[in-house]
Design a protein around this ligand. Structure first.
Ligand SMILES: NC(=O)c1ccc[n+]([C@@H]2O[C@H](COP(=O)([O-])OP(=O)(O)OC[C@H]3O[C@@H](n4cnc5c(N)ncnc54)[C@H](O)[C@@H]3O)[C@@H](O)[C@H]2O)c1
Ligand SMILES: O=C(O)[C@H](O)COP(=O)(O)O
Length: 389
């Protein structure tokens, strides 16, 4: 039986993908083959040595110390794009909340609950109009920082709303570029986007170059009265800088999925409780994708949508399958193949791919690998993980 330890609320339709005759899915498994989680933080948590893979049902992996796991051969997966539509729709809501006095006007109406005189109520309702008016999105400029799965969807939606769109993404993938409307203008750098945008929405991962990207310097480059939407990660925005920008009027509004003590106390941001991906559809998409990827890896050694290993897949042949991970340097693959040849073990099929400093190989061989063979392969210099699948 293979064991999957789950954390967080993983959609049942995803959990149901694990065949019950071969998989035990359990939140308290002590020797899991894999972990399946959403935002649960793994930093400072000791992993059982049995863990071969971790699947993040979602996009961001900053809750996982990925670089610590790679040398142990632990493959970390995420589910690119599976919750992008849910986030896109909450950005749309945020654009509207940031352009019209919707929430304040609702509070105003709620405050009229004690007004029992219909004529007085009508007067007060009409007076509210003046206080809570807004402006339209059409014709305004939206700056989209990060044009991946979510950013591209938002950029295209904003074009459909009649907005002008500027995008900034120095690492834009070819695949993401294909998704993007040709009407999206490219900014050379963040400050140039900020200087021209009435609304700015962030859709980048929380990584070294992006953490704190919305700081005092960025706000001073920004257009006065800008609306900032952050449904990506709290770490992207410096709390003090955003508070100062709201107080000075540099920011007309700040909408964020990442409440902090300071922002809540300050009271001028519109804050959601990390709701971006919390739709039935997104939760199901993510759970199903994560489960399928784990099953294919645990059953076949195939790797799809990993954030630390190359994409490697091979149809199963009639033989037995070995996989190994190694430092991406010359001669390691040759040494392993020579070792198999010396033992008269015929290779039926093979695929080898590398990513940055590591390489991963799937080899189908004619005979069943013995424990002694696995040990020999593990002792090849620079091979750091071997598995018979
Ligand atoms: N609030 C939520 O519930 C929620 C849901 C999904 C994703 N997210 C967050 O949103 C992020 C983006 O999600 P996605 O699915 O679009 O991911 P993605 O990987 O498809 O896109 C991220 C994009 O950011 C770009 N990028 C990287 N560094 C950059 C930089 N310095 N400046 C500008 N662009 C940069 C990348 O090139 C990529 O195109 C996730 O990493 C996650 O943190 C939040
Ligand atoms: O990175 C993500 O996919 C989102 O932040 C969603 O996180 P969640 O799955 O915990 O809602």
């Amino acid at each position: 039986m293979k064991k999957i330890r789950t954390y967080n609320n993983i959609a049942a339709v995803g959990l149901a993908k694990f065949p019950t005759d071969r998989y035990l899915v359990d939140a308290s498994s002590e020797t899991p083959d894999a972990l399946l989680l959403r935002s649960h933080k793994l930093h400072n948590e000791e992993l059982p040595s049995s863990v071969l893979a971790i699947a993040r049902a979602g996009a961001g992996v900053n809750n996982i110390p990925v670089s610590q796991y790679t040398p142990k051969g632990i493959v970390v997966f995420n589910t690119p794009g599976a919750n992008a539509n849910a986030v896109k729709e909450l950005v749309l809501a945020s654009l509207l909340l940031g352009s019209r006095g919707i929430t304040d006007s609702m509070s105003y109406v709620a405050s009229l609950a004690d007004e029992k005189d219909a004529i007085e109520l009508h007067k007060k309702v009409e007076a509210g109009k003046k206080k809570y008016g807004g402006s339209e999105l059409t014709g305004k400029t939206l700056g989209v920082v990060g044009l991946g799965a979510i950013g591209a969807k938002i950029a295209n939606l904003a074009i459909d709303l009649g907005m002008k769109v500027i995008g900034y993404d120095p690492a834009l993938s070819v695949e993401a570029a294909w998704q993007l409307s040709s009407q999206v203008n490219r900014a050379e750098n963040l400050n140039s986007l900020l200087a021209r945008s009435d609304y700015v929405t962030l859709h980048v991962p929380a990584i070294k170059p992006t953490i704190g990207m919305m700081n005092e310097e960025a706000f001073s480059a920004a257009k006065d009265g800008m609306v900032l939407i952050n449904l990506a990660r709290g770490e992207l925005v410096e709390e003090e800088a955003v508070i100062n920008a709201l107080d000075s009027g540099k920011l007309a509004a700040h909408l964020s999925d990442f409440p902090s003590e300071g922002l809540i106390a300050h009271g001028k941001s519109t804050l959601f409780p990390h709701l971006g991906a919390s739709t039935v559809e997104a939760e199901e998409n993510c759970a199903v994708m994560a489960a399928k990827q784990l099953i294919d890896f645990l059953d076949n050694g195939n790797i799809i949508n990993s954030v630390n290993f190359p994409a490697v897949s091979m149809e199963r042949t009639t033989g037995y399958r070995l996989t190994f991970a190694n430092d991406n340097i010359p001669k390691v693959l040759g040494t392993v193949l020579n070792l198999l040849a010396d033992l008269n073990i015929n290779v039926l099929d093979m695929v080898n791919k590398s990513r940055d400093d590591i390489a991963y190989t799937i080899v189908d061989i004619e005979q069943e690998p013995t424990a002694a063979l696995l040990e020999k392969l593990s002792s090849v210099e620079h091979v750091f993980h071997v598995r018979s699948v």
